[in-house]
Write a protein that binds this ligand. Structure first.
Ligand code: UT7
Length: 333
């Protein structure tokens, strides 16, 4: 059992950072690749442009750059880190984990490093896991990263998916510290009845990347957009309410809601069903599209840098993705 002094400590987000590749791919650029228009993409998704990593950059390269910024923000050196979780659907390779490559690049001698696969909900799943690991110990400082090179698994001939995604990485440094602020709750769930409405069916052990699999583009993202859309709205609303209930807070207490950035219409549908004014809902998908596991942490970092997260603010993150997976967290800053 914890001592009363333990009960007053919380896992806090003490630093955040982002890395976005330099190359910008606009809707106009996409008009030249597939049968689409800036008008369609803008009205149906809200996305105007997204970032694409250099072909020589691996996911861990993006992750490490975000990690450096988060550590700088936390005013900590890399040696302090003893737990690294990289949430990604696009690891550098099957093994070693992307987290081990991050550990190597940061020069951390000994830590517990592993990848977490929960698609777009990956950062929320990582936050849930890290919070519990820091609470139980012996870990003291966690580096959580959401990083994706989705351009690698995008079918650049499929207009229904290639306009949606982008590459990027976000990182957070977490420590358990005395006081009432910090991660008040995390709530994550999976429902595996819909594994096939959003998946990359080839390239793994089920259908290895043979010439035939690659020719059929089975090693790229396949999505039934309308079905995913409906479930995303429903599950993210329930996740927000569950995380708030666990934190003993109400939606009206939120200074900022940071939803997964897949589609502006999904965010607007959520906005109609939570008591959070539109100006308190963070949106940056017009610049980056859907970066899967990187999305919510990049958005949190950007919101902090824009001065939209102040001391004492209650912030909720919520995400939804393949699996299906979904989750939310409530954080007192
Ligand atoms: O992180 C979680 C993962 N992803 C999501 O949450 C995404 C969820 N889904 C969505 O955001 C939307 O369903 C999409 C943006 C993917 C699609 O929007 P939609 O309003 O559901 O469009 P639709 O798939 O029903 O397609 C409507 C029409 C179709 O043409 P017809 O059959 O009506 O002639 C499509 O072929 O729009 C066409 N279409 C396009 N047209 C121009 C689909 N993609 C494009 C495109 N440009 N890029």
């Amino acid at each position: 059992m914890r001592s009363p002094s333990h009960a007053k400590a919380h896992v806090q987000v003490i630093g955040t950072g982002t890395y976005l590749p330099d190359r910008v791919l606009t809707n106009y650029d996409l008009e030249k690749l597939v049968d689409t228009t800036d008008a369609w993409i803008t009205t149906r998704t809200g996305i105007k442009e997204r970032r694409v990593a250099d072909k020589h950059q691996a996911t861990s390269d993006l992750a490490v750059k975000a990690a450096h910024k988060a550590l700088q923000d936390a005013k900590l050196s890399a040696e302090a880190v003893d737990l690294i979780i990289v949430a990604t659907a696009t690891p550098d390779m099957f093994f070693p984990s992307t987290a081990c490559f991050v550990q190597k690049a940061l020069g951390i001698k000994e830590a517990v490093s592993f990848d977490l696969s929960a698609a777009c909900s990956g950062f929320l799943f990582a936050l849930d896991a890290a919070r519990r690991m820091l609470e139980e110990g012996p870990y003291k400082t966690a580096l959580l990263i959401g990083a994706e090179k989705l351009s690698m698994i995008t079918n650049w001939e499929d207009r229904s998916t290639c306009v949606l995604f982008g590459d990027g990485a976000g990182a957070a440094v977490l420590q358990r510290r005395p006081g009432s602020k910090g991660v008040l709750s995390t709530y994550v769930r999976s429902d595996a009845t819909h594994t096939d409405i959003l998946w990359v069916p080839g390239g793994g052990s089920r259908a290895p990347a043979t010439a035939e699999v690659v020719a059929k583009k089975l090693n790229t993202i396949h999505m039934e957009g309308k079905e995913v859309f409906k479930l995303a709205v429903h599950k993210m609303i329930s996740a927000i309410h569950e995380a708030l209930r666990l934190a003993h807070k109400k939606d009206t207490d939120l200074a900022l809601l940071i939803p997964h950035q897949a589609n502006l219409r999904i965010i607007e549908a959520i906005a109609k069903r939570v008591h959070v004014p539109r100006e308190r809902i963070f949106v940056n998908l017009q610049k980056y599209g859907n970066m899967s596991a990187a999305t919510t942490i990049v958005a949190l970092d950007e919101a902090r840098r824009e001065g939209r997260v102040r001391e004492g603010d209650l912030v909720a993150l919520v995400a939804f993705g393949a699996g299906l997976t979904w989750g939310a967290a409530v954080i007192q800053f």
